[in-house]
Design a protein around this ligand. Structure first.
Ligand code: PLP
Length: 379
């Protein structure tokens, strides 16, 4: 099927609104001009609102991982320890980064299961310079307890680094209230910009620990922060993506940041209710400290159908959803509801899922999923 007719329902990159695409086609400006500085200033001030913070915000040219690397590489040196709490693929990336720049102390929970806060406290008691976690673990569709981990980070005086890449703008994300020293998001998720930018906020306390020349060269957070104070970047930024980010933040502000999150919450609830109506089990196990995600829903692959049949069948009908990563390949599938996603997008996705399930003999009648989703979304 033609890419233009395909509905992209993966948890990033997501479909990009026409307004944002048009903004990207504007003529180039010098990145050392007042024109660029105005754009960057505008983005930085919207980002503070989006992250719910008074901290400084910087934009790095690079995908979300560049932001993770800037955070870890800026804070951790070769003699430092960083506790990395994991329950999915992206948490494990923090462990790899921790070991690249210093020593990671991984606290691994089974993918898709909740954090055990007592174990986190015990690890911090041993002493670590920082602790890193993923708020919305995209690989499994769970929202982890940043607020509670933030309290522990304060208690043990550890720098608190949170990957909010698939969360900021979709789930509640309270950078200052939760004591997050370094928070990160990526352009291709809830903001619905093409991939290629990482947005990072940095607390005063963390900023004081950063040293120029420490960590990665291109991702040197201190160099980016120093330049950002003049609305400049250390190296040539991806200017067209900055146009896109400015437009996307304007669109998000027009909708209202909290209304936007509420929309994504309704859409994700629609997907979960459809799953329940179709007797498809949700993958993550949630408890009082963790919740299902507004931005991605992970579901177990129903018995009697393969990943190729389910996702391949949907793709043939023009809807692209994600599979499982690493050990979850073939075992789960995931539907994204972030960015500019609409009720119509979700209903088409569920209808397509039903068509495939019926064709493969998993369900006998069409409509239950669509009905449940539309009731939940309109409620
Ligand atoms: N962290 C989370 C939670 C993500 O969802 C992703 C991307 O899917 C990443 C990190 C990595 O970001 P990127 O692929 O933009 O480098």
């Amino acid at each position: 099927m033609d890419i233009e007719d395909t509905l992209l329902m993966i948890p990033g990159p997501v479909k990009v609104p026409q307004r944002v695409l048009r903004a990207m086609s504007k003529p180039m400006v010098s990145h050392r001009s007042a024109d660029f500085e105005t754009i960057y200033e505008d983005c930085r001030s919207w980002l503070k609102e989006l992250f719910d913070t008074k901290n400084d915000a910087v934009v790095l040219s690079g995908s979300g991982t560049a932001g993770m690397e800037a955070a870890v590489g800026g804070i951790i040196g070769k003699d430092d320890k960083i506790v990395t709490v994991t329950n999915g693929k992206f948490g494990e990336r923090f462990t790899e980064l921790g070991d690249r720049y210093g020593t990671a102390v991984p606290l691994d929970f089974a993918w898709g299961t909740p954090f055990d806060l007592d174990r986190i406290e015990s690890a911090l008691e041993e002493g670590a310079k920082a602790i890193a976690m993923v708020h919305n673990e995209t690989s499994v569709g769970i929202v982890n307890p940043a607020k509670e981990v933030g309290k522990l980070a304060r208690k043990y005086d550890a720098v608190f680094i949170v990957d909010g890449i698939s969360s900021v703008g979709g789930n509640e994300f309270l950078t200052d209230e939760w004591g997050i020293d370094i928070a990160i998001t990526g352009s291709q998720k809830c903001l619905a910009v093409p991939p290629g930018l990482a947005m990072v906020t940095v607390s005063k306390r963390a900023e004081e620990m950063l040293e120029k020349g420490k960590g990665g060269y291109y991702t040197d957070l201190k160099a980016h922060l120093d330049k950002a104070k003049k609305n400049q970047t250390p190296y040539t930024p991806a200017v067209s993506l900055f146009y896109a980010l400015q437009e996307a933040l304007t669109i998000a502000a027009e909708e209202g940041f909290s209304e936007r999150r509420a929309r994504m919450a309704r859409l994700a609830k629609g997907v979960r209710e459809a799953a329940s109506a179709l007797e498809i089990e949700l993958f993550p196990q949630v408890n009082e400290h963790s919740t299902y995600s507004n931005t991605v829903t992970a579901m177990k692959m129903p018995e009697g159908i393969t990943d190729g049949q389910l996702r391949g069948g949907m793709r043939k009908r023009g809807v692209v959803v994600s599979g499982g990563q690493s050990g979850l390949k073939g075992k789960i599938f995931r539907i994204g509801t972030m960015g500019a996603c609409t009720e119509a997008d979700v209903l088409r996705t569920i209808q397509t899922l039903e068509l495939v399930l019926e064709k493969e003999g998993i369900i006998s009648r069409l409509g239950a999923g669509v009905e449940a989703a539309s009731k939940a979304i309109d409620a």
